[in-house]
Design a protein around this ligand. Structure first.
Ligand SMILES: Cc1cc2nc3c(=O)[nH]c(=O)nc-3n(C[C@H](O)[C@H](O)[C@H](O)COP(=O)(O)O)c2cc1C
Length: 258
């Protein structure tokens, strides 16, 4: 085993922080293609490669995505927006050509495609970061899926899983602490949440100041809380129902029906 504390890949992984401010400079086409070709090397279920990546560089289109994805400034600012899509249309096409039925309507196939899309996205993220670029995932691509589907011309059996802004960062990434390892790493069998670990992390996150002026509003708790950490923040988020229309739109796209 080489040094477990220091190698180029681990350094890139450990230095990750989402970037939400970008320089205007566009990315050359060959750089964009290199990022996606790195994405293609991710593992993929049975080598089926049930995903597609849409690269959006056109300023007007990026402006439209900005409107559709919660008006997040970094979407308008970043020179490239990737839409990582679960894509069962290609496989269906092959099945039809070869005279096979296709099971694209099953939840399992959608999960395969969604996982594939996420793995590609994370490879692209690491490739970008290894080259000094900054990235930010954009789950808000699912805020108005019908409109995004129309804008990007996605056919049936294709669905946007996540977006990602990519560009040259204006500042260094801010590295966010993560949960204590023992909370997420379970040896041999599952353990319930470790309250001490959660409390320690809650305090650590509160102390970073990340939540300053970013407290999730609630109807019953008014004003700024003194100790507002990861638990309060996450619980407030989890208490809200978000994107309740997804099941319906997936069905319209012919996905996850069975
Ligand atoms: C699937 C996914 C969707 C996300 N969507 C958004 C988004 O719409 N806007 C945003 O600013 N950040 C988004 N993020 C970034 C997360 O907020 C961020 O990764 C998390 O807070 C941890 O911070 P870090 O990436 O800086 O370590 C998303 C992340 C993931 C994995």
């Amino acid at each position: 085993v080489s040094d477990i504390n220091q190698n180029a890949v681990l350094d890139v992984i450990d230095q990750h922080g989402s970037i939400r401010r970008y320089k205007k400079d566009p990315l050359p086409v060959d750089l964009i293609e290199r990022l996606v070709s790195a994405g293609q090397h991710a593992s993929t279920s049975s080598n089926l490669q049930t995903y597609s990546v849409i690269a959006i560089t056109d300023e007007t289109k990026r402006g439209q995505l900005f409107e559709l994805c919660g008006k997040q400034k970094h979407i308008a600012e970043a020179p490239v927006f990737f839409a990582f899509c679960a894509d069962l249309a290609r496989l269906e096409h092959v099945c039809v050509q070869l005279g096979y039925p296709h099971s694209s309507a099953y939840m399992e196939n959608f999960l395969i495609a969604a996982v594939d899309a996420a793995l590609v996205a994370q490879n692209v993220a690491l490739a970008a970061e290894s080259l000094g670029l900054g990235i930010c995932y954009i789950g808000a691509i699912r805020n108005h899926p019908r409109e995004v589907i129309n804008l990007l011309g996605l056919p049936k059996l294709v669905f946007p899983i996540t977006g990602m802004t990519v560009g040259w960062p204006v500042h260094k990434p801010r590295i966010r602490p993560r949960l204590p390892l023992e909370e997420v790493l379970h040896w041999e069998h599952y353990h319930p949440p470790l309250d001490e670990a959660l409390q320690a992390y809650d305090l650590e996150m509160a102390e970073t100041g990340i939540y300053q002026n970013r407290q999730v509003p609630t109807a019953d708790k008014q004003g700024q809380m003194e100790r507002y950490g990861w638990m309060e923040h996450s619980a407030r988020r989890a208490a809200k129902v978000i994107r309740p229309f997804l099941k319906e739109i997936l069905a319209e796209q012919g996905l996850a029906l069975k």
